[in-house]
Design a protein around this ligand. Structure first.
Ligand code: RP5
Length: 163
């Protein structure tokens, strides 16, 4: 199975990014997590992205806050799909990160999830990897069924409480 790279702009992003890592682990997807900054370590960002495909990665997840250019810079150096997690790390409640990530120019997409939407980034990456992995596709089916059962149970509880 292809690996998923989880890159964060700073170790201060880890509390949010942990939810992404936990979900990848729950799906049994091999991953590597790194701290690489588009601004503070641009050479490492270029090196990682340029070699990611040859190094066995299938998807790159990039989490960053403030002027969040990490996803875009990584996407510039690879044809692998890049998923962006805008991190709420500034006084602007993450709107700055969201817009910095999502407003990519034509030709260089970054599939941006919600502000701090780390779990969804992992699920989206899993869906991409599952296109060529039947076992993972089954896990995703099961995941959706469990979600459905959870909501049905909550609805039943609400109906019981309301009489
Ligand atoms: C971004 O700046 C990082 O992704 C982080 O969200 C934010 C703050 O970084 P630190 O100053 O905490 O290292 O590049």
């Amino acid at each position: 199975m292809k690996k998923v790279a989880v890159i964060m702009g700073s170790d201060s992003d880890l509390p949010v990014v942990k939810k992404c890592i936990d979900q990848l682990v729950a799906f049994g997807i091999p991953y590597e997590a790194r701290v690489i900054s588009a601004h503070r370590t641009p050479r490492q960002a270029e090196e990682f992205a340029s070699n990611a495909k040859d190094n066995g990665f299938g998807v790159i997840i990039a989490a960053a806050g403030k002027a969040a250019h990490l996803g875009g810079v990584i996407a510039a150096y690879t044809t692998l799909p890049v998923i962006g997690i805008p991190i709420k790390s500034s006084t602007m409640d993450g709107l700055d990160s969201l817009l910095s990530m999502v407003q990519m120019p034509g030709g260089i997409p970054v599939a941006t999830v919600a502000i701090d939407g780390a779990q969804n980034a992992a699920i989206l990456a899993a869906q991409m990897i599952a296109l060529s992995d039947a076992d993972l596709a089954l896990k995703l089916e099961r995941f959706k069924l469990e979600m459905e059962a959870g909501v049905v149970a909550k609805d039943a509880k609400l109906q019981a409480e309301l009489g």
